[in-house]
Design a protein around this ligand. Structure first.
Ligand code: ADP
Length: 489
C-alpha cells in the first residue's frame, strides 16, 4: 500500500509533543512491513536539519491556488531516520514557515490550511497513485475536504483518507474567510451544520469537524479515549458530530518506536540494560543524581516529563513533588510550556529547590535529558486531567520506570494497577488512581513508595512487568492497516 501522511509535526525534525512521535513510529513500522510511506510537512526554518539526510530540492515551481491567485512553492525531499519526507516551501512574503516556531502564530490557521492545499495539489500534479492519505489533528483536517470537493472531480479518485485526532482540545476554529482563501468557493455548501460549520457558534468554521465529516475513517489514540469523547463529554463540543459518525470512528492505541526508545542500545545512557540484566539501570540512576547534585542514597526517584499544560494536571504534578519529598524520596521534573506565565511559575519553583539534594526542576525541552530521566528514575508520575493516549507512561515502562497515573484515556488502557487491576498479576505494571484530586494522587504515590521500600521484590516484579509489556507499534500498525484496507475496498 502507498500511504502519505500530511502532518505539522515529525520527530525528531519538528517535534512538539506526541503527534510527531506517532507519525514517525507508525510510518517506520509500516515501512518495515513492506508498505511505501511518504510524509509531507512544512519546511520550517526551525527544522532540525542535522537530522535530515540527502535534502534536495526536487521541484521549484509548484503552483498552489491561494487567495484568488497562486503561490509558487518548492518541494524538498529528504530522509529522516530512513523515512521519506517531502517538505513544502512556499515562496511568499508572509513566510508561513519562517517564524522560528512550529505553532503559536496569529496566522496558524492559514499556515496549516496552506500545508493541506499544497500537499494535495502536489500529489495531484505528480499523478501519485497513492492509496491512503493519513491526516493528523486540525492542521491537516482540510485535506479530505480539498480531496473530495476539488481534486476527486479532477480525476484523483483513488486515495481514501484516515484522520487521526490526537487532541480534541485544539480544533482549528476560524472565520468563514478561510474558505475563499483556500479556494473552497461554495460558502453556502460548506457553512452547513453537516459540513464545516461549528456546532456552537454559527459564525465560525471548525476544521476538525470538517475532518471528521469528510474523512473515510476517523480515529483517536486509545480505545478508552474514543469512549470518553463520544459518550463522556470529553470531546470539547464535538460529541454530537462523533455520535453521528460513530460507524467510522475508533480508538487505536499509540505505540512507541521501540528501536529508538531502547534501553539496550540508547546512546543517551551511561549504561545500557534490559529485562534480563538490570544493573545498568542503577548506573543511570547514579549518573542522574550526580548530574543534579542529589544525595546518593536508597531513596526512590520519582519523575515527571511533559508539556507544562493544564491538561497534564499541573497542580497535581506540583503536589506530587511535595508528597515525594515528605515521603523521603527524590523528584525530578522536566517540562516546558508555550505559556510564559506557566514557565515562570515553574522557574520560581526551581529556584526554591536550587540547593536541594532531593529535588530538581528543569524548565526546558531536552529529549536527551528526558531519556536519561526515563532510565534513571524509579517512578514516572502522570496525573493528567485528560490524556488521549500519553506516551510518557509508555516510554517510562520501556525504560523500567514504573508509572503512577490517573486512570483516564490511554493511561487507563495501558497502566494496570498492581493492587486493584483485574488483569493477571504478570500484566500489572504500575499504580493508578481515579479521582483528579490530591487524595487520589497521594493514595497511589504513597502505595508506590511504600512498595519500593517495604517489598523490594514486589517492586522489582512490577519493573519487570513494565519492561516486558509490549507497547511497540506492531499491533497498532496492523490495526491501522486493517482500517486502511477497509476504506480502500
Ligand atoms: P503530549 O502529546 O500531550 O505532549 P505525550 O505523552 O503523548 O504528550 O507525548 C509527550 C512526548 O514528548 C514524550 O515523548 C515525552 O518524552 C516528550 N516530552 C514532553 N516534554 C518534554 C520535554 N520538556 N523535554 C523532552 N521531551 C519532552
Amino acid at each position: 500500500m502507498h500511504i502519505v501522511h500530511v502532518t505539522a509535526e515529525l520527530t525528531p525534525v519538528a517535534k512538539v509533543g506526541g503527534l510527531g512521535d506517532v507519525v514517525a513510529g507508525l510510518s517506520a513500522q509500516h515501512q518495515k512491513m513492506g508498505h511505501t510511506v511518504d510524509i509531507i510537512l512544512p519546511k520550517y526554518d526551525c527544522l532540525r536539519s542535522d537530522q535530515i539526510d540527502d535534502l534536495t530540492r526536487i521541484k521549484t515551481d509548484l503552483q498552489v491556488p491561494w487567495d484568488h491567485g497562486m503561490v509558487t512553492c518548492s518541494i524538498w525531499k529528504g530522509q529522516v531516520h530512513g523515512l521519506s519526507c517531502l517538505f513544502i516551501d512556499p515562496h511568499s512574503d508572509v513566510g508561513f514557515y519562517h517564524r522560528q516556531a512550529i505553532y503559536g502564530q496569529v496566522d496558524d490557521i492559514q499556515r496549516f490550511a496552506f500545508l493541506s492545499r499544497a500537499s494535495i495539489e502536489y500529489l495531484w500534479q505528480i499523478k501519485s497513485q497513492l492509496d491512503i492519505i493519513h491526516c493528523h489533528d486540525w492542521p491537516s483536517a482540510l485535506t479530505p475536504v480539498f480531496l473530495f470537493e476539488i481534486y476527486q472531480k479532477l480525476g484523483m479518485t483513488k486515495p481514501r483518507v484516515c484522520f487521526t485526532i490526537h487532541n480534541f482540545k485544539h480544533q482549528g476554529v476560524t472565520g468563514r474567510d478561510i474558505l475563499e482563501t483556500t479556494g473552497l468557493h461554495r460558502q453556502d455548501y460548506f457553512c452547513q451544520v453537516n459540513s464545516l460549520l461549528d456546532l456552537h457558534n454559527p459564525h465560525v468554521l471548525n476544521l476538525t469537524k470538517g475532518g471528521i465529516v469528510f474523512s473515510n475513517f476517523v480515529t483517536t489514540v486509545s480505545p478508552r479515549h474514543a469512549i470518553e469523547v463520544i459518550d463522556e463529554n470529553q470531546g470539547f463540543g464535538l460529541e454530537p458530530v462523533l455520535q453521528s459518525h460513530r460507524s467510522k470512528f475508533a480508538g487505536i492505541l499509540n505505540g512507541v518506536d521501540y528501536d529508538f526508545f531502547n534501553p539496550a542500545t540508547d546512546p543517551a545512557l551511561v549504561a545500557t540494560y534490559h529485562a534480563d540484566s538490570l544493573a545498568g539501570k542503577q548506573e543511570n540512576k547514579h549518573a542522574l543524581r550526580e548530574r543534579f547534585s542529589f544525595e546518593q542514597s536508597h531513596k526512590p526517584l520519582v519523575a515527571f516529563i511533559g508539556r507544562l499544560d493544564p491538561q497534564k494536571g499541573l497542580e497535581l504534578v506540583e503536589h506530587a513533588l511535595f508528597t515525594t519529598l515528605k515521603q523521603k524520596a527524590q523528584f525530578i521534573l522536566l517540562g516546558s510550556s508555550l505559556d510564559p506565565a506557566i514557565n515562570q511559575h515553574f522557574k520560581t519553583l526551581a529556584r526554591q529547590f536550587s540547593d536541594s539534594v532531593n529535588a530538581h526542576i528543569e524548565v526546558g525541552f531536552d529529549p536527551q535529558l528526558s531519556r536519561e530521566i526515563y532510565a534513571g528514575s524509579d517512578f514516572m508520575v502522570v496525573p493528567s486531567k485528560f490524556e488521549p493516549c500519553g506516551l510518557t507512561q509508555l516510554i517510562a515502562m520501556r525504560y523500567g520506570s514504573v508509572p503512577i497515573v490517573r486512570e483516564t484515556g490511554g493511561l487507563a488502557d495501558t497502566v494496570f494497577d498492581i493492587d486493584y487491576s483485574d488483569k493477571p498479576i504478570s500484566k500489572r505494571n504500575g499504580f493508578s488512581f481515579k479521582d483528579f484530586d490530591e487524595t487520589g494522587l497521594d493514595s497511589a504515590l504513597q502505595r508506590a513508595l511504600a512498595c519500593y521500600h517495604d517489598t523490594p521484590e514486589r517492586y522489582q516484579n512490577i519493573v519487570l512487568n513494565a519492561l516486558r509489556s509490549d507497547f511497540s507499534w506492531n499491533n497498532p500498525a496492523q490495526e491501522y492497516l486493517d482500517i486502511y484496507e477497509s476504506i480502500r475496498t
